[in-house]
Write a protein that binds this ligand. Structure first.
Ligand SMILES: CC(C)(COP(=O)(O)OP(=O)(O)OC[C@H]1O[C@@H](n2cnc3c(N)ncnc32)[C@H](O)[C@@H]1OP(=O)(O)O)[C@@H](O)C(=O)NCCC(=O)NCCS
Length: 170
């Protein structure tokens, strides 16, 4: 996917590469999502190495009564390619539009892009208590392959390591 390319899913959702114009909304969604905070500077820094990262945003294209404005960024995903491995770092969706399949579409898009760029394995860490995210990753084919004790703080929690072989995934 080039910077300009748009992948449209039905009348209401499009997925594009993240640009710095999206960052205020991305950071807002991050803050609403209780993620370990990266903040504007960290996302901006990642955007400076486009050959190593795949960062996508999903936009709702039609007026959605649950969002304040059209074309709002509904969610985002951030991943980094290291050799033939794709590390999924962050994914978050605006609370009002969760459970509509947006994260699954973003994750599938990032896996497709990763595979196209030579990734053979995708992996991520997820809080052991984050059932929603684990459900999402399982739904997209990831399996738990390890546990990292006390990986997170505030609050302290183990991480589950989940991975997916991209060569064999659909
Ligand atoms: C995790 C998160 C990204 C899921 O986004 P979403 O757009 O609501 O997810 P989807 O609608 O694409 O759901 C895909 C699948 O994930 C699973 N899932 C999603 N939310 C779930 C929940 N609250 N409980 C259980 N399973 C859930 C389901 O299997 C779902 O498929 P289904 O709706 O057909 O049952 C979203 O809840 C979020 O932003 N959470 C806060 C940030 C976060 O924890 N990010 C992950 C860690 S980096």
């Amino acid at each position: 996917m080039s910077a300009q390319e748009v992948v449209t899913f039905g009348p209401s959702l499009s997925i594009t590469r993240m640009t710095e114009h999206d960052l205020l909304e991305v950071v807002e969604i991050e803050q609403l999502s209780a993620l370990s905070a990266w903040g504007w500077d960290a996302y901006h820094k990642e955007l400076q190495s486009p050959e190593d990262v795949i960062m996508l945003v999903a936009r709702t294209e039609t007026a959605d009564s649950t969002l304040n404005h059209e074309h709002a960024v509904a969610g985002f995903i951030v991943s980094r390619l290291v050799a033939d491995e794709l590390h999924i770092n962050n994914v978050a969706i605006r609370p009002e539009v969760r459970r509509k399949g947006i994260a699954a579409q973003l994750l599938k898009a990032v896996l497709r892009e990763g595979r196209r760029n030579g990734a053979r394995l995708a992996f991520l860490e997820v809080r052991a208590g984050n059932a929603a995210a684990q459900g999402l990753y399982r739904r997209c084919g990831f399996q738990v392959t390890g546990r990292r004790p006390h990986y997170y703080n505030q609050p302290a929690e183990d991480a589950l390591l989940m991975s997916l072989l991209l060569e064999t995934s659909p």
